[in-house]
Design a protein around this ligand. Structure first.
Ligand code: ADP
Ligand code: ZN
Ligand code: ZN
Length: 754
């Protein structure tokens, strides 16, 4: 007798086969078993998802047989399947695409013989002697954070958010939390997702700390590894041999049978959102996964994404009674100096636990700030990180209205830079050149190209010289003069700094260093670091003190530990204050806080460190909050505005993007899809608003026209139901002759930028 099985294989994202295929097998195979199955003329890797329903109507003779199981590999755990099923359902992709993309590529290519050989490699001796790595004494903040985290582990087990200033020693907290989990249970596994630049140094540090666990217990997982290395790490994680996986975004899908802790550092970082294929947020999935991996007292997992009720549970998200016989708890620890407003709001409502570390390591202590949080930390007023208290640099705003017209570096800032150079210190000047959609402004009055219908700014589209609202679609031709004062000098906000490096060289021409040598300027940006190793080399020369003034984009603001920098300046941050993207201020604040964190890392210099901000809007609340290093104040203000406008985390959205030979076709497809949804009265439609299609900010790429449509809802559940029902409509429409010039379409759920 043969058994019928549902098997998931890699299906092209937009193919009609979105779910599993039915195969037969002489022996029953457990869900999660990796198999090879025939598909057309090929043989492909697949994952057994379920037994097929008994009353399968398929003609038994036409059902093909499984070619074989991958021997020696345990089935993928139920929680892993639950995560994959959820990801596919939530981000509107096919199960097969998500499942197979979550496996190492080499697993698909190896023949059974090759795989068997891989698996037979001798396991290295893992019973290493207990090396006692010398532990540093924790700061009072760190001690307190760890105690509260442990208390939560024994109590409610909400996701924890470590809100810690730059330099407050968050990494040490992660290490201690991991060490505790690994020590308590000899099988336990930990997943660490550090900020995107997973450096060899960081890996070495983790390996050293956990050397006592035995060799090869810490494995890296990122796209920079060779296929063979990736497979090796994946197998180690899947078999349970690896105790700690250190990975980037994609590591959230690592198969780990005994996962007990997930750490996501710099949780606010936009790079956690995948920008192609299934556009998942690794941070959000980490939170969801921790819930899936937690099974207590026979109760099934009740996972949900941050910010709302769970969407309809996708099939397969319940591991079933057998898998939840024993209690197991998986915690999630997020960390940031400037959390995402979604995570921050969750701590305000008490859904997440908040842990605080306001003090930089080595800063003079401030007794009043300590112990002010009740256990759990929910809804407690957060102490601002004051410059004097936390050892953070002084923030100085340069009012650009009072500076010579069109100057790029204001005279007082220039004077401050010269002073630093003369003293042998370093300065860092950074440009905000992220691809903000251009918004027009008048240089004589306060006019900005805002939308009369929305709390959004309209975007300047150069191609047809229009101003378009990316929210409601309202479009007008660019006015010839300022509609407010008649001035003809209207231009995009925050431009005109392309040649900053050369300009600085001219301005600093006569300045000499203490040793009498001329000032040395270096630029670090995407252009200067295109060659492999160039970034490292340039950073090394900054560290070595071979550079006096460092100029660059946001690239230099992040993470690097420049000890001799005592002045950081943002020359054109205003573009982010007036952006069509509602998250632009959040990113700017985070970037400026990070940049400020670069100054005075060395405690000896921290007293004299300054962060300069050139702005036409010095009174803006964002800069007021920055001056006080007061993230909670910034968040409160920003959340209030988002709530009023129904934006995330108070509202939910998705973008549908379409690409076609002409802009009309791309927009026409989207608008037709919205009409069809309306006509069909799709589930959830009464609570969902699709807006008219608009061209994307970068409207044409390689002769393909791109358009997008925003879809909003106050209910995550309604939006999810609507999108799920809408997908088949979009597939159908795409097949119609009318839209044959359409190249592709895709849905982006919880988009990071509109
Ligand atoms: P964050 O990630 O919060 O910005 P880091 O984890 O990079 O901070 O720590 C900042 C610096 O402080 C690092 O050089 C780290 O080694 C050091 N550090 C962390 N904890 C301690 C401690 N308890 N005592 C002394 N130095 C510490
Ligand atoms: Zn004007
Ligand atoms: Zn509008």
């Amino acid at each position: 007798m043969s058994h019928l099985l549902q098997v998931v294989v890699a299906t092209p994202a937009h193919s009609a086969i979105a779910g599993a295929l039915t195969y037969r097998s002489p022996a029953p195979l457990a869900p999660g078993t990796l198999v090879r199955v025939p598909l057309g003329r090929r043989e492909v890797l697949g994952v057994v998802w379920d037994a097929a329903p008994e009353s399968s109507e398929l003609d038994a003779a036409s059902i093909r047989a499984v070619a074989g199981a991958l021997d020696g590999l345990a089935p993928l755990p139920a929680a892993w399947r639950g995560l994959v099923a959820f990801t596919a359902a939530y981000y509107q992709r096919s199960l097969g695409e998500v499942a197979l993309a979550a496996l190492p590529p080499q697993l698909r290519e190896l023949t059974p013989v090759q795989l068997a050989r891989r698996l037979k490699r001798p396991v290295t001796d893992t019973s290493g002697p207990p090396v006692t790595t010398e532990l540093i004494a924790l700061s009072p903040d760190q001690t307190c954070a760890i105690e509260q985290f442990d208390a939560e582990s024994a109590g409610q087990r909400r996701p924890s958010l470590l809100f810690g200033a730059t330099g407050s020693g968050k990494t040490e907290v992660y290490l201690r939390a991991a060490a505790r989990v690994l020590a308590e249970d000899p099988e336990a596994q930990v997943l660490m997702v550090p900020e995107i630049n997973l450096t060899p140094q960081l890996q070495a540090r983790f390996e050293a700390r956990f050397a006592h666990l035995g060799r090869e217990r810490v494995v890296p997982m990122h796209s920079g590894l060779t296929p063979a290395q990736r497979l090796k790490g994946w197998l180690a994680a899947h078999s349970g041999q690896a105790r700690l996986v250190l990975g980037t975004r994609m590591a959230v899908f690592a198969s780990m049978p005994n996962l007990r802790l997930i750490v996501v550092d710099e949780e606010h970082d936009p790079s956690y959102k995948q920008q192609e294929g299934a556009r998942y947020s690794a941070r959000d999935l980490a939170v969801y996964r921790a819930r899936l991996e937690t099974t207590v007292g026979g109760s099934g997992p009740k996972a949900q994404l941050p910010g709302g009720p769970p969407p309809a549970p996708p099939e397969g998200s319940d591991p079933g009674p057998a898998a939840r016989a024993a209690d197991s708890v998986c915690r999630v620890l997020l960390g940031s100096a400037t959390p995402s407003l979604e995570s921050w709001q969750a701590t305000l409502t008490g859904r997440y636990q908040r842990l605080e570390m306001a003090q930089r390591i080595g800063a003079p202590t401030l007794p009043a700030a300590r112990g002010s949080l009740p256990p759990g930390g929910a809804a407690a007023p957060a102490a601002p990180m004051s410059a004097e208290a936390g050892g953070l640099p002084l923030v100085r705003r340069v009012e650009m209205n009072h500076q010579p017209k069109r100057c790029i570096i204001a005279p007082p800032l220039l004077a401050a830079i010269k002073e630093r150079v003369a003293r042998g210190e370093q300065a860092m000047i950074f440009l905000n050149r992220r691809g903000y959609a251009p918004v027009l402004a008048c240089h004589d009055c306060e006019w900005k190209s805002d939308c009369p219908h929305c709390s959004a700014y309209r975007v300047f589209h150069k191609i047809d010289r229009t101003l378009r609202c990316h929210h409601c679609g309202f479009t007008e031709r660019v006015p010839h003069a300022c509609p407010n004062c008649g001035n003809i000098d209207i231009a995009p906000v925050g431009r005109g700094t392309e040649r900053l490096e050369e300009h600085l060289a001219e301005l600093l021409a006569g300045v000499t260093r203490p040793d009498g040598g001329p000032v040395r300027i270096a630029r670090i940006d995407a252009d200067s670091t295109r060659l492999k190793g160039a970034l490292e080399a340039q950073l090394a020369s900054v560290h070595a003190g071979e550079v006096d003034v460092l100029v660059g984009t946001q690239m230099i603001a992040k993470g690097h530990d420049f000890r001799r920098i005592t002045l950081v300046a943002a020359v054109n941050p205003d573009g982010a204050l007036f952006s069509s993207d509602f998250r632009a201020p959040e990113r700017l604040f985070s970037l400026l806080m990070q940049a400020a964190g670069r100054a005075g890392r060395d405690a000896r210099h921290s007293a004299a460190s300054e962060m300069w901000v050139q702005t036409f809007h010095p009174e803006h609340p964002l800069f007021e909050a920055l001056k006080r290093h007061d993230y909670p104040a910034f968040a409160a203000q920003e959340l209030q505005e988002r709530e009023a406008a129904g934006l995330s985390p108070f509202g939910f959205s998705a973008l549908v993007r379409a690409e076609a030979k002409t802009q009309e076709a791309a927009q026409g497809f989207l608008n037709a899809a919205a009409e069809a949804a309306q006509a069909a009265q799709l589930p959830g439609h009464e609570r969902v608003t699709p807006y008219p299609a608009v061209p994307m900010t970068i409207q044409r790429v390689a002769n393909v026209e791109r358009a997008q449509m925003l879809v909003e809802s106050a209910s995550r559940m309604a939006l999810q139901r609507f999108l799920a029902a809408w997908q088949p409509v979009l597939f159908d429409l795409r097949r119609q002759a009318e839209f044959k010039s359409l190249v592709r379409w895709a849905i982006d759920v919880d988009p990071l930028a509109i």
